[in-house]
Ligand binder design. Structure first.
Ligand code: FAD
Length: 388
């Protein structure tokens, strides 16, 4: 990683709608904060995509559920991300095969494909299954693409060579793009309709066995599911050596027809990424490495120099002059292995996170795995346990 000077705040960079994601469309339905004591079979901490998948799975298995979040539903990374739906793990498939063996990597890859189908069915208005592109600018990157394609084909997964206006690389036809905040709001509404009691603006201040303590209330339950990706190490310090919190940043533009990006694109192995919404707006993120050590923070505010690098990519590589309308960031969890963490951290307290910037699909699976395990049951996604 490159070294970086102290981060300037965005006031110095210029930015309308600082720290509001492009995805905010005013469609949220505010929920009450938790006050007093409530009981449930399971308490889910964190109402992002992973926590909401856990709630869905718990309800499907007949459990009573209370969910709490420190902020609004999907106020963390789940509602502030790039909106890519990618099959597989954060690592390219050939690297996953090297790390996990072919059978296990293939099993996990298949699970992510099935979960994407489920996500599409659950929120069809928020998901577009248009595929995704990996493009690379240098020979090393293209050689890495060749290895990825060969490994995918060897196990029967779809991939095509691509050479187009976005660059050269690979097209993954099963992938997609989504409006991540709208998707989570659909899931939260479905969970509430299904009987889950969800509370916003209720930061968990402590876990005392299976008592979940918030500023003004308490949940008493038989098991706890902690679905917090970024800041997991703050809530459960025993995971600090496994999952560390990192900031990822994005910007968004006004509608433009200067480019046409039919499917989400990622560059440099995923360090940079962008998608164009049907109305022409662009959402673009990346350059965590340009920020260096300053991005190893739970401070989820957009800042230079990452924002400067994003704007340079927008202007110089994409050739887009449309104004930047939004700049935002969020915290995610990274593991040293590149593999996600799912496990029972304390007796009857399950936690997951560390999706390494690729948690939209994996996080949902890990949420389902935790939900099953919290009830003493099995789910195919428990294959994600003991990876990190
Ligand atoms: C800029 C950016 C771009 C990304 N792009 C992509 C992408 O394109 N594709 C992809 O797959 N992944 C992407 N990711 C990663 C992805 O967003 C995350 O891995 C995923 O959202 C994790 O979901 P989650 O529900 O586990 O955690 P989160 O979304 O972080 O949700 C956790 C929730 O827990 C709550 N919480 C935290 N602490 C407490 C507490 N003490 N008490 C109560 N609640 C608490 C938070 O408020 C938050 O709502 C991106 C992330 C960022 C930041």
């Amino acid at each position: 990683m490159s070294g970086a000077g102290p981060a300037r705040t965005l006031a110095a960079v210029s930015a309308p709608a600082v720290d509001v994601p492009l995805w905010e469309d005013g469609g949220g339905s505010p929920l009450q904060a938790l006050r007093g004591t409530v009981t449930a079979d399971v308490c889910v901490v964190g109402l992002g995509g992973s926590g909401l998948a856990a709630v869905d799975e718990l309800l499907a298995r007949g459990a009573s559920v209370v969910g709490v979040d420190a902020g609004p539903v999907a106020g963390g990374a789940a509602g502030r991300n790039g909106g890519f739906l990618l099959a597989g793990l954060a690592d390219p498939y050939d690297v996953a095969v090297d790390r996990l063996g072919r059978a296990r990597a293939a099993e996990l890859h298949r699970l992510t494909l099935a979960e994407m189908d489920r996500m599409t069915a659950a929120a069809p208005g928020a998901v577009r299954r248009v595929g995704s592109l990996r493009v690379e600018d240098d020979e090393a990157g293209l050689a890495a693409c060749a290895l990825q394609a060969a490994a995918l084909r060897a196990d029967g997964f779809a991939v095509e060579e691509h050479d187009g206006p976005e660059g050269r690389g690979l097209l993954f036809p099963d992938d997609g793009a989504m409006q991540p905040l709208a998707r989570c709001r659909v899931l939260a509404a479905a969970a509430a309709a299904g009987g889950a009691r969800l509370f916003e603006h209720s930061p968990v201040t402590g876990l005392d066995g299976c008592r979940v303590l918030t500023a003004e209330g308490e949940v008493r339950c038989d098991a706890v599911v902690v679905a917090v990706d970024g800041r997991l190490d703050l809530l459960l310090p025993e995971l600090a050596s496994t999952v560390r919190t990192v900031r990822l940043q994005m910007l968004g533009t006004a509608p433009t027809d200067e480019v046409r990006v039919p499917r989400p694109v990622y560059l440099r192995g995923g360090y940079e990424y962008w998608q164009q919404l049907p109305d022409g707006r662009l959402a673009l993120g990346g350059f965590r490495d340009v920020g260096g050590a300053a991005e190893e923070t739970a401070d989820a505010r957009a800042a230079a120099p990452v924002q400067d690098a994003l704007e340079a990519l927008l202007r110089d590589r994409l050739g887009v002059t449309a104004p930047v309308t939004h700049r935002w960031a969020a915290a995610v969890g990274f593991t040293t292995t590149g593999l996600p963490y799912v496990g029972e951290v304390r007796e009857r307290v399950w936690a997951a996170g560390g999706y390494c910037g690729t948690g939209n699909v994996i996080g949902a699976l890990c949420g389902r795995a935790m939900a099953a395990r919290a009830l003493g049951q099995q789910h195919p996604a428990t294959a994600f346990e003991r990876l990190a």
